[in-house]
Design a protein around this ligand. Structure first.
Ligand code: ATP
Ligand code: MG
Length: 444
């Protein structure tokens, strides 16, 4: 009887393991609610005190020594008290724990301990937020939600683009009305150009002029030339295009002053100029100089023009989206000033800690460590800032090149003509060069 029972128990166990594995693979959500969550919740409860003590989150209520007259009296060391926490609540492929802070504690202590929680609870990551004073919310993610991100419906607002998915499961939206200028950094092959392509395809259908500056000979942005109102493929062309945009900016200022408003968005519809989004792929190409006087002067000119657009363009419907592998002061004196104007930040995988620090450090210290932990396999994963001053890990949606080109071709006919860019170089269909003036006369 004994061996039969044992064999039966082993068979049941093997069957449960196989079924468990199948459920985990094909129904990860069921697996989480049925097996993952109860196990992780037990780990949270059983390890809570130990993790709190080891990470200085627990406090002793009374000192272990006191004074009796002139005598120092030592008592038994008091057991530190761990902060009070709510029972873990299951959420989609993760759980949340609300913690009441001890007096004198700040969420920063918990942010430092986030990795320790993730290891103790054996989850992908733990994020720390503070929904109200005195409370922190620990959100544990069982698996990386960005491994297979879903895609929400695109926003309909002008100058808004659905870029991808946030780690929280929400939509990653880039809204240029809320944050007018953006800086995108990342090592080579980390996903910068893919993100720019996504942005262009999202803005293509909107009444927005797109201007490309791609000094890698137009290899990346040249693909979308049909929907670009101007494309500069070398620094000389960039100077021409940027100078024209600065002149256009001054015209816009004049219009606003005449009407008596403070931004183009307050102008009546018929007077409002079309918004322009200037997309720069690889900023370093604009700043590098080969040492000759001419090249240095050109780089300085580019730097000044970009800075002027960034400083004054936001209220005038001129937006900058700048990408680059590095944005350090080693590129030139103007680059730090430009960076300060680019309020939106996106940092992909970086090769050196300096780049993550340069992109996110001045806004959010905690985000820097998360950006540094992005691996080479996680292409398109980035840390992005949000308009409310927070940040999130996110992944851009991979738009295949063919699809992106097809979308820009579809909307090529609605490409706005920017009168200010008469004479600036554009590449149409990647082949012939036309000025916007010629293109204008062609479209008529
Ligand atoms: N969101 C994403 N999801 C999946 N794969 C991606 C994503 N973004 C980029 N990739 C992959 O990474 C590769 C490199 O991306 P991309 O060319 O955008 O990098 P880059 O940062 O512009 O590099 P470089 O600095 O060399 O121009 C792409 O060919 C694509 O296959
Ligand atoms: Mg690129």
């Amino acid at each position: 009887m004994g061996p039969i029972l044992l064999a039966f128990a082993l068979a049941v166990l093997a069957w449960m393991l196989v079924v468990g594995d199948l459920v985990r693979r094909y129904r990860p959500l069921w697996h989480w609610y049925l097996i993952g969550y109860p196990l992780t919740a037990c780990r949270v409860v059983s390890t809570w005190r130990k993790v709190a003590v080891l990470n200085d989150l627990a406090v002793s209520r009374r000192p272990s020594r006191g004074l009796l007259g002139d005598l120092v009296v030592k008592g038994d060391p008091l057991r530190p008290v761990a902060p009070r926490f709510s029972f873990p609540r299951a959420v989609r492929s993760g759980l949340t724990v609300t913690v009441r802070l001890h007096a004198g504690q700040t969420p920063a202590t918990y942010m430092k301990a986030a990795d320790a929680f993730a290891h103790a609870w054996r989850v992908h990551a733990v994020r720390v937020t503070s929904p109200e004073r005195g409370l922190v919310l620990l959100t544990a993610m069982a698996t990386d939600p960005l491994a297979r991100p879903g895609l929400a419906t695109a926003p309909t607002e002008l100058l808004s683009a659905l870029i991808g998915a946030l780690e929280s499961g929400g939509a990653w939206v880039m809204n240029l009305r809320l944050v007018p200028h953006w800086l995108i950094t990342g090592a080579t092959r980390s996903g910068k150009s893919t993100l720019l392509a996504r942005l262009i395809t999202q803005l293509a259908s909107q009444p927005v002029a797109l201007v490309g500056i791609d000094c890698k000979g137009g290899m990346e942005l040249g693909l979308f030339a049909g929907r670009l109102s101007a494309l500069a493929t070398c620094r000389r062309e960039a100077v021409t295009v940027l100078s024209a945009l600065v002149v256009d900016m001054q015209d816009r200022m004049q219009t606003c002053r005449t009407v008596g408003v403070r931004s183009v968005w307050e102008l009546p519809d018929k007077l409002r100029p079309i918004p322009v989004v200037v997309i720069v792929d690889e900023i370093a190409e604009l700043y590098l100089s080969d040492g000759t006087r001419e090249s240095r002067a050109e780089a300085e000119q580019c730097s000044t023009l970009l800075l002027r657009l960034a400083q004054l363009g936001a209220a005038l419907g001129l937006h900058l989206v700048v990408s680059g592998q590095r944005v350090g002061s080693d590129l030139g004196p103007g680059v730090t000033a430009l960076r300060a104007q680019l309020g939106g930040r996106i940092c992909h995988r970086v090769n050196d800690p300096g780049t993550a620090e340069m992109t996110l450090g001045d806004l959010n210290k905690d985000a820097v460590a998360v950006a540094q932990s992005i691996t080479a396999e996680e292409r398109g994963v980035a840390v992005c800032t949000s308009p409310d001053g927070g940040w999130s890990r996110a992944r851009s949606h991979l738009t295949p090149t063919g699809e992106a080109v097809a979308i820009t071709k579809k909307y090529a006919a609605v490409t706005p003509v920017l009168p200010a860019l008469h004479g600036a170089c554009v590449v149409v269909e990647g082949e012939s060069k036309w000025s916007t003036k010629e293109r204008h006369s062609r479209s008529r």
